[in-house]
Design a protein around this ligand. Structure first.
Ligand code: ZN
Length: 481
């Protein structure tokens, strides 16, 4: 949709992109015609796609093929001014009988329009029987009206028009969940944002890993972002770059969002079980009394530790912490006080824990470097960054997992990688071998509430079996080596 933004800048009338060149030209020509005071319909009929709120039987107009950029005469929306325009093709007697009826019947006024490729706000207002004057009135009195400049195909705009042809109310439905309502008041228009709550249902997926975590997720019908969420839940317990084996399995219970019976997307993962090299890991989602949502083991231990195991996802360790290493550039024995993660240039680097940035600038051989102070004597350092993430500067606060910058090869470096150091009371330590502090488990006073709220979810996931799993239980398939 990005090109649309550019287009919108060029055409303030919010001409919607995504249509073939011929249509663009037709739409362009249309805009010109409209600007010169003539009003025509584009290819599609308002009567066909409009949801009429008029109780009388609507007389639909038969039109050419939807894609044909034919310019059709104005019918029911025609008012006296327009009728007198010399260029308007409104010789009613020349139209077939059905169309004549549509033209003369003032009651048939389409109220709701679905935006199509090539539509502009001006075109849609014309379809509703409103001129550019109504647009100016709306834009002059309501700051929220600028959102109407970003109309996209598939969205809808509904109009309520008074008997004397004045716009009383406009409803812009941006998506299934969000709409904007503009209502006439004594001083122009007021606006109101309306959010709908989707219906939440639960769903399950099961997968066995044959090649990669992402392929397994894909085969089970999961989106990449859900697989990523799953990996993040176990980020402290499973190293997804090194520990995954063929035959590992996972089951996940998650939310699906519905509006009017139609699925509009996925919600959060509620519970997940991951079997890695025969070891079962379980996690369940819980929002505590203070409103913080985290994942816990079924007994209430936090899945999250104070520090991430790795500050980059799915990266390969190219050089370990080693106080007697020969430096690859300087060729002398120089302690390697950190861990190197080889990753493509531009790979996001995450803050290993909550804290405050105390350095975000070039730092000699380290190149572009971020240092985070985490409190209790912990500091982490990220070197050779290609660049810093937005808003990352000395003094900024970061949360664990926030992106602070991107992998690069600035400073003394042989190729794109992250050099990561972990300091405890000023002394560099190996983050892979030291005992990292845990974040707090569920408080004792909240434990009963936690157990009663999560027990059912954990049990539901535990009992979930796919048809494949049931079949495999009786199967004599040999082990794959
Ligand atoms: Zn290094």
């Amino acid at each position: 949709m990005q090109p649309l933004q550019n287009l919108c800048k060029k055409f303030p009338g919010a001409v919607v992109k995504q249509f073939p060149k011929g249509h663009l030209m037709a739409a362009g020509a249309l805009t010109v015609i409209l600007a010169s005071g003539l009003i025509f319909y584009p290819s599609d009929t308002p009567a066909v796609e409009a949801v009429s709120t008029v109780s009388t039987e609507p007389a639909f107009i038969s039109l050419p093929a939807q894609d044909a950029p034919a310019l059709l005469p104005v019918n029911s929306i025609l008012d006296a001014t327009l009728a007198s325009t010399p260029f308007a093709i409104t010789d009613i007697s020349a139209l077939p009988e059905q169309e004549q009826q549509a033209v003369v019947d003032e009651n048939i006024r389409p109220k709701e329009f679905t935006i199509k490729s090539g539509d502009s706000l001006s075109i849609i207002f014309q379809r509703a029987g409103l001129g550019d004057g109504a647009i100016y009135e709306l834009f002059n009195s309501s700051p929220d009206s600028k959102e109407l400049r970003r109309i996209m195909p598939g969205q809808t705009i509904a109009f309520a028009i008074s008997d004397d042809g004045k716009l009383e109310k406009l409803t812009y439905v941006k998506n299934e969940l969000t709409s904007l309502e503009f209502s006439r008041t004594e001083k122009g228009f007021s606006s109101k944002k309306v959010e709908r709550e989707p219906e939440i249902r639960t769903a399950f997926r099961h997968a066995t890993i044959n090649s990669s975590l992402f392929m397994a997720g894909k085969n089970a019908g999961m989106s990449n972002s859900m697989v990523m969420d799953l990996a993040n839940i176990f980020a402290w317990d499973i190293d997804f770059a090194q520990d995954i084996r063929r035959g590992d399995q996972f089951k996940v219970m998650f939310e699906e969002k519905f509006i009017d019976g139609k699925k509009i997307g996925n919600g959060a993962i509620l519970a997940v079980e991951f079997i890695n090299q025969g070891k079962k890991h379980n996690a369940v989602r819980y929002t505590d009394r203070e409103g913080y949502t985290n994942y816990y083991t079924p007994t209430g231990e936090s899945m999250r530790k104070a520090f991430l195991r790795m500050p980059v996802d799915f990266a390969r360790i190219s050089s370990h912490f080693n106080l007697n290493r020969k430096h690859p550039v300087l060729h002398t024995i120089r302690a390697h006080k950190g861990t190197d993660y080889a990753a493509p240039r531009g790979t996001p680097i995450k803050a290993a824990g909550d804290g405050k940035i105390v350095h975000a600038a070039a730092k000699g051989g380290y190149g572009n470097t971020v240092i985070i102070q985490h409190g209790q004597g912990y500091q982490t350092l990220y070197a050779h960054m290609h660049n810093f993430a937005r808003n990352i500067k000395s003094g900024s606060r970061v949360r664990q997992g926030d992106i602070i910058g991107y992998v690069g090869t600035t400073g003394l470096s042989t190729g794109p990688h992250l050099h990561y150091e972990f300091h405890v009371n000023g002394v560099p330590k190996n983050p892979l071998t030291i005992d990292l502090p845990k974040t707090v488990a569920i408080e004792k006073s909240e434990k009963q509430e936690f157990l009663s709220k999560t027990r059912m979810v954990v049990a539901q996931l535990d009992q979930y079996r796919t048809p494949t799993q049931l079949a495999l239980a009786d199967d004599t398939e040999p082990n794959i080596n």
